[in-house]
Structures are given as C-alpha cells and as structure tokens.
Design a protein around this ligand. Structure first.
Ligand SMILES: NC(=O)c1ccc[n+]([C@@H]2O[C@H](COP(=O)([O-])OP(=O)(O)OC[C@H]3O[C@@H](n4cnc5c(N)ncnc54)[C@H](OP(=O)(O)O)[C@@H]3O)[C@@H](O)[C@H]2O)c1
Length: 209
C-alpha cells in the first residue's frame, strides 16, 4: 500500500519501521522536515516530504500527532477526498491519566468532522508505541490485536488489511461511534502500564471460548 504518516514521534517512528518492514511505500511528514528526513533515512521505502507534498498518491493517511494537532495536521496535506485516514490518537489530559472528551463523542468522530471528505478509521490507539515498534508477537506465542472501528466499509477493510500486513490480529469493533469505547480502553491500558506499573510491553486483546 501507499501510506502517508503524519508525525515523526513515538508512534510515527514505529509506523515507519513496521510499514517499511512489511514492504509498504511510505511518505512521512511533520512540522519539522529535518525530523521527517532523519526518520526516512533509517528505513527502506520511506521518503520525507513537507506537508503540502506529503499526500502524493497515498491511499491511506496515518495521523500520528497529538489529538489537538490532528485536524490541522490533516488539513495541511490538502485534498483528502476518498482517502482512508487512520486515527490512532487518544485525547489525553496533560498527565496522560484521563481523557479530555468521551461518552458523547470521541477524538475519531471529532477528527472525522474536520475532514468530512475523508473516511476516518479508529485503529492502533490501544497499542503502546514500544509495542507497535516491536511488532505483534508477545510471550507464549500470543499475538496482539488491533481494534478497528469505522463507518465506511472499504476504509475499514483497508485498515484491517494494513494491520494484518504488519502481523496483527484484528477485531472489527463496529462503527466509528465505537471509538467512544476504544479511546477509554487505551486509557485503561495507559493506567495499567504507567499507573499500575505493568510497563509498556502490554496490550489488550479479545478472547474467544
Ligand atoms: N505513545 C504511545 O504509546 C501512543 C500509543 C497509542 C496512541 N498514541 C497516540 O498517538 C499520537 C502520537 O503520539 P506520540 O507518542 O507519537 O507523540 P509524539 O512523540 O509527541 O509525536 C507527535 C508528532 O506529531 C507532530 N506534529 C504535531 N503537530 C503537527 C502538525 N500540525 N503537522 C505535522 N506534524 C505534527 C510532532 O512534531 P514535532 O516533533 O515538531 O513536535 C511529532 O512528530 C497521540 O495522539 C497519542 O495519543 C500514542
């Protein structure tokens, strides 16, 4: 797939690494082109662009900025008509220990309102950056899951295919409204990792009997 990643921080770096390893064609961008170039230089099939040139012919955009920056970062790419936007954000408070919005909306739904011509998918927000960068394999032959919520079926299937290409199991979590559940799930993961001291090599999964 052709994929644009916005953001060169913890999550953007993990995506660049894993998407490159899976053979995808990746364009990275950020506020600082030197950071994007430094990231691109580390991996095959990853190129750095200024925001206005970053979309190219990518079919998927991963928005890996803070929630507060996501709308403006997406808009800086230009015309997103028909693009699949994968929203990985969590609307965290300054101390990371609570969410700033929820119950009656979600980061994903608010981001979708800001780019109505795109198809927004909630995914990957329940994975710590260290887990994303390290890949889907856990102890005892367990494999991690990516929860995927979207209203547009093509966009959802694209995000599922992308996650599976990186080796993750996927859970179809329904419509984008269910980001209202996935963002608090990430909040619980952050509490368990940092607040309860379990560390950041953990991730939620859903089991079948
Ligand atoms: N870290 C995790 O474990 C984790 C896990 C799941 C989900 N998430 C979510 O993933 C998102 C990214 O987290 P992170 O830890 O990767 O954050 P981060 O390390 O702070 O990286 C954020 C990136 O966004 C860039 N950015 C900010 N505004 C921008 C704009 N207008 N245009 C382009 N790029 C812009 C920043 O650029 P500068 O370098 O110039 O500041 C930086 O490269 C957050 O929403 C977070 O809630 C994080």
């Amino acid at each position: 797939m052709k994929i644009t990643v916005i953001g060169t921080g913890n999550m953007g770096s993990g995506f660049a690494k894993q998407l490159s390893a899976a053979g995808h064609s990746v364009r990275v961008t950020g506020r600082d082109i030197t950071k994007a170039q430094a990231l691109a230089d580390q991996y095959a099939n990853v190129s750095a662009y200024a925001p206005a040139q970053a979309l190219g012919d990518s079919e998927v955009v991963v928005v890996a900025t803070a929630y507060a920056d996501a709308a403006s970062a997406l808009q800086s790419l230009g015309d997103l008509t028909g693009k699949v936007v994968i929203d990985i954000t969590n609307p965290l408070s300054a101390d990371y220990m609570s969410l700033t919005i929820g119950h009656v909306t979600s980061a994903a739904e608010e981001i979708a309102k800001s780019v109505p011509q795109a198809h927004v998918v909630k995914a990957f927000n329940t994975l710590f950056a260290q887990v994303l960068a390290d890949g889907p394999k856990f102890a005892n032959d367990q494999r991690g899951s990516v929860f995927v919520a979207a209203d547009n079926e093509r966009a959802k299937q694209t995000a599922i295919a992308l996650a599976q290409s990186l080796g993750w199991n996927t859970v179809d979590a329904g419509g984008l409204v269910n980001a209202r559940y996935l963002e608090p799930l990430a909040g619980l993961n952050i509490y368990l990792g940092y607040g309860a001291g379990m560390g950041t090599s953990i991730a939620p999964v859903w089991l079948h009997k």
